[in-house]
Design a protein around this ligand. Structure first.
Ligand code: NG6
Ligand code: CA
Length: 502
């Protein structure tokens, strides 16, 4: 459908990092990892200090980014295995679908992790549903994460480069059903990357143990070292191809998620080991996209958002020196907790909105939820969404453009297992939860406590002083607010593939 749009309708690009923390960039206070392009993007754009992904893990956050709905509304929105079915319904309102209906060309390039197929996926045939069924015109994705099989790119409905004589089979759970496939468990001598847990010792692909069993698809297997270049090149092509009409690109980076395998150009470029190197690589990608927009004359008419799907983790299953080499660098900055956590380190993430034509440079403390892209972009694109389909998304484009510095009144986030947390103004309320205080051996605080927790984020960004006992009225008010949003308890997204008894 071609629609004549008003001249100033912007293009949109969301560059979404995978597990990048609030403190990982110099423009957010870090000093150990060079991120010159993101720092420049921040100095030319609007730097958010209180923007939140909706969850502390990937699938739930990305589900909200694309649908505008809080993840606990969908009990399948939890960390998905690589063969999980698509969790967005084909008739569900989505951000790309809304923009496509308004005349935009839309693409997702990079990490998907929202599920593919209908539960009985045939990797050797047509994959349906896929991103093309939920609003994207083009799709070039890794199905789940870079530590999960199948380690292939899916181009539209097909695995890219698949040799039909070497079909792919994927199985999750149990014991290895493919005797010819080497696993990290039985063939550790074949591993070139060391392991710290038993979840990443199934199929060995490129010398790295992955979660899940997989055989076949050798010609289609990705090369971890060039993954960044593959997604970047596709993204630049998509931009160039669509320069004469509005477009939306969801460029979903795989860095700095494990396994961290930078291109040799970046290997050793920092003194922080592979985690630092892939952050430097990610920064390079952002720089190239901004340069490319300028070269194509699109920099004044494109809104670029850079953010992350959840907070940081150092050791997430591979011993890659991230903890050892971290030194003084604090991936979550001043925040408590990290990936998986109910504390702010789990879901408060760096976010920069850049658009020389639309957004004045600066910094904003406005409260923003990644669920808000749906309504806010829709408004800028001239689309209207019926109230019944707005989900949890708010039209706060003025906040995104820096004209409003308050943003939301309140928002809900969640730690792993759909454990919800509410923030209103400067207050964060974490309901009582049983469970371990630390997340496995990752050194990350979960936020579990049998007592209610209340923090004043203005006075105590590190959530050190639980003020619940002194403020029973505030606790009651926020408890009631949270329950008015989701009822007594949200559906639990916890599953055996979530790590730890959590
Ligand atoms: C966990 C994996 C972790 C990562 C995560 C998903 C362990 C032992 N395993 O189950 O490595 O893949 O799932 O990350 O932690 S996410 O960013 O996609 O949510
Ligand atoms: Ca993630």
């Amino acid at each position: 459908m071609t629609v004549n749009l008003p001249k100033l309708t912007p293009n949109f690009i969301i560059i979404y990092a995978d597990d990048l923390g609030f403190g990982d960039l110099s423009c957010y206070g870090a000093s150990g990892i060079p991120t010159p392009h993101l720092d420049r993007m921040a100095s030319e754009g609007l730097r958010f200090t209180q923007s939140y992904a909706t969850a502390a893990t990937c699938t739930p956050s990305r589900y909200s980014l694309l649908t505008g709905a809080y993840p606990w509304r969908n009990k399948r929105a939890r960390i998905l295995p690589g063969d999980a079915p698509m969790i967005i319904g084909e008739d569900e309102r989505t951000l790309p679908g809304t923009l496509r209906d308004s005349g935009y060309r839309t693409a997702v390039i990079g990490k998907w992790h929202i599920g593919l197929g209908d539960g009985n996926i045939d990797w050797n045939g047509e994959i349906s549903p896929c991103p093309l069924d939920v609003g994207f015109d083009e799709s070039y994705v890794m199905a789940a994460t870079n530590d999960r099989v199948p380690c292939v790119y899916v181009d539209g409905r097909k695995v890219d480069g698949l040799d039909p004589d070497d079909p792919i089979s994927v199985v999750y759970g149990g014991v290895n059903p493919f005797p010819e496939v080497a696993t990290g468990k039985d063939n550790p001598e074949l591993l070139s990357m060391r392991h710290s847990d038993q979840q990443h010792y199934d199929t060995i692909v490129n010398g790295v143990g992955r979660i899940g069993f997989c055989r076949g698809g050798r010609a289609a297997t990705w090369d971890d070292e060039t993954m960044s270049d593959v997604f970047l090149k596709r993204s630049k092509n998509f931009i160039s191809k669509n320069k004469t009409q509005p477009f939306f690109l969801y460029y979903a980076l795989h860095q700095p998620h494990v396994p961290r395998i930078p291109n040799p150009r970046f290997a050793g470029s920092t003194d922080k080991g592979p985690r630092g190197d892939v952050i430097a690589e990610l920064d390079g990608c952002v720089g190239e996209i901004l340069e490319h927009l300028k070269a194509e004359g699109l920099d004044k008419n494109t809104v670029v958002i850079f953010s992350s799907d959840n907070g940081p983790v150092l050791d997430d299953g591979y011993r890659d020196d991230a903890s050892v080499k971290c030194g003084e660098h604090k991936p979550a900055g001043p925040l408590r907790g990290g990936k998986y956590s109910m504390f702010d380190g789990g879901s408060r993430v760096p976010m920069i909105a850049w658009s020389p034509g639309y957004i004045k440079a600066g910094e904003t403390p406005a409260l923003f939820s990644h669920a808000d892209f749906l309504m806010s972009f829709a408004d800028m694109a001239g689309a209207t969404i019926p109230e019944s389909e707005q989900a949890d998304s708010l039209e706060i484009s003025a906040t995104l453009l820096g004209k409003d510095t308050v943003g939301r009144d309140h928002l809900v986030t969640e730690g792993i297992g759909s454990k919800t947390v509410v923030r209103q103004g400067n207050w964060v309320y974490i309901p009582p939860h049983d469970g371990p205080k630390l997340f496995g051996d990752k050194g990350i605080e979960t936020g579990n406590d049998s007592a209610p927790q209340l923090y004043d984020m203005d006075a105590d960004i590190g959530q050190r002083e639980n003020l619940a006992a002194q403020n029973p009225e505030k606790v009651a008010e926020l408890k009631a607010l949270l329950e008015s949003i989701h009822g007594g308890s949200p559906p639990s997204g916890h599953s055996p593939t979530d790590v730890c008894s959590f």
